[in-house]
Write a protein that binds this ligand. Structure first.
Ligand code: CA
Ligand code: CA
Ligand code: CA
Length: 321
């Protein structure tokens, strides 16, 4: 088989011309025109988790804009949530910016449905850089998606028109997807070889499950003196959407926004008397950031399985001067 875009990585770093049949329509762009310092490295939010990751071994690269203007890698989401971002391994000396899109996949090939896309301020991107998208991109565990790259404004693809290369490996080292290429601007796609995969990572923000909490169980209104040096008891109630015994108490925060106080103490008991165990936690009032004008307080955390949870309850500040 003639592998049209794959060459050993060492050779590809110099954008060695590859066996393409397309006409060479224009001269290569001025490689002296470099982009400003890339600014796409963004901090991941604390809740983001690394989902799919294929970064090793490295023995192949795919030339972008050589045979094909569009090069992609499909992947299978491992967890459900929204895409916090991706990373890819593309090196380039192109004068054109790299465009990155997430497509849906049908029959192992990208469709023309773009869930989100972004044009980088750079011609390249490293695995250490998070590429975030302005759109909220849903990810469903077990479903395939595709990362598709191209060079915006580059001359038509053809021999010598390679603008960059995306590192990867042979041997089907990533089983959840494959390298895909399009010879016709994304109108149709082919899997170059089921053995070929390109390096990438995906990061997911898990969905947050709304939970029921009861500040000061057994009493209402939930009077809190923000100047108190005592503790506030808060119950996480077990219901149809949450087994409170699965909450990791070390991850729980409570206060004005739900990010403030860590629990000074936690225990499992049937707080509301409905026969199932709930979690009762105590928080130092002075750690909660609750102000005299507050009308509610929030609790966040996650289960031992990584599920994010969030709940709120009303409060009535007292003792304020
Ligand atoms: Ca594969
Ligand atoms: Ca209460
Ligand atoms: Ca209960």
């Amino acid at each position: 088989m003639n592998h049209r875009i794959m060459v050993p990585a060492a050779a590809l770093l110099g954008l060695t011309a590859l066996g393409c049949d397309g006409p060479r329509l224009t001269e290569p762009p001025n490689s002296g025109s470099l982009f400003a310092t890339t600014t796409l490295a963004l901090p991941l939010s604390v809740q983001s988790i690394l989902d799919q990751s294929f970064t090793f071994p490295a023995n192949l690269s795919a030339a972008i804009n050589e045979c094909c203007g569009f090069v992609g890698q499909t992947y299978t989401a491992g967890v459900t949530g929204t895409l916090a971002g991706i990373s890819i391994e593309v090196v380039s000396s192109s004068a054109f910016p790299l465009h990155v899109a997430i497509h849906t996949v049908a029959g192992a090939l990208p469709t023309d449905t773009v869930l989100g896309d972004v044009t980088l301020s750079s011609n390249s991107s490293a695995l250490s850089q998070l590429i975030a998208f302005p759109q909220s991109i849903p990810q469903v565990a077990g479903v395939q998606y595709a990362i598709v790259v191209s060079y915006l404004g580059a001359p038509p693809p053809g021999p010598g028109q390679g603008q960059g290369s995306w590192g990867g490996a042979t041997g089907d080292a990533y089983s959840g997807g494959a390298l895909v290429i399009s010879f016709n601007g994304g109108a149709s796609w082919v899997v170059e070889s089921p053995d070929f995969d390109l390096h990438f990572q995906t990061f997911i923000n898990p969905p947050v499950v709304a939970i029921a909490i009861d500040i000061k169980p057994g009493s209402f209104p939930n009077s809190i003196n923000p100047q108190s040096h005592g503790v506030i008891p808060v119950a996480i109630l077990t219901n149809d959407t949450l087994d409170a015994t699965t909450v990791d108490p070390a991850t729980v925060r409570f206060g004005a926004t739900g990010t403030e106080a860590v629990a000074a103490h936690s225990a499992l008991e049937d707080v509301d008397g409905d026969g199932d165990k709930d979690m009762i936690l105590h928080f130092k009032t002075q750690d909660t950031g609750i102000a005299c004008w507050a009308t509610s307080a929030s609790l966040t955390g996650h289960t031992v399985g990584g599920q994010m949870i969030k709940g709120a309850d009303s409060i009535k500040p007292v003792g304020c001067k």
